[in-house]
Design a protein around this ligand. Sequence first.
Ligand code: SF4
Length: 189
Amino acid sequence: MNDSPLDVGRAKDKLIVATAALCGCFGCHMSLLDIDERILQLVELVEFDRTPLTDIKTIGKCDIGLIEGGVANADNVEVLREFRNNCDVLVALGACAVNGGVPTMRNQFDLKECLEEAYIHGIGVENPHIPNDVEIPLLLDKVHPIHEVVRVDYFLPGCPPSADTIWLFLTEIIAGNAVNFPYSLIHYD
Ligand code: SF4
């Protein structure tokens, strides 16, 4: 991988990290939590800004942003752009962010077909109608990997990336090191 572009934060005591789940299943966030007791070491190194872990809803200036999930609706686009504007380093965390992953299975159908299958023709649907409310983010025609919307600095593949992969990645870029994964952490069979 590249040398870390993360130079900002080195003079500070702790780096600031934000995370978001766009169109994903939260499995990548669960994998982050699977670092288990190492989370205590992590909070010695970083402070969390906006993330489902803190329930903070707005993002401030951050050193590292981790993005789970593909880009499927207008809200995802807005959140992703906010992260790009506020994070020095932006990371595509997991297959859905890297290449669209499972959510792109809907891309082979047009949006009308997807909505009709979900809300009108689906098994067990009652009161069939396609919801339309300003509170519901508008769906994009297709699901996109995040690099098709904003510039991305690092890509961590895997569904999800393992806790050890996330741990090595974070500790290396926090230390300002280039990240070199052993084969065992980037082997997906
Ligand atoms: Fe879930 Fe896998 Fe997508 Fe992560 S990459 S959000 S674990 S489906």
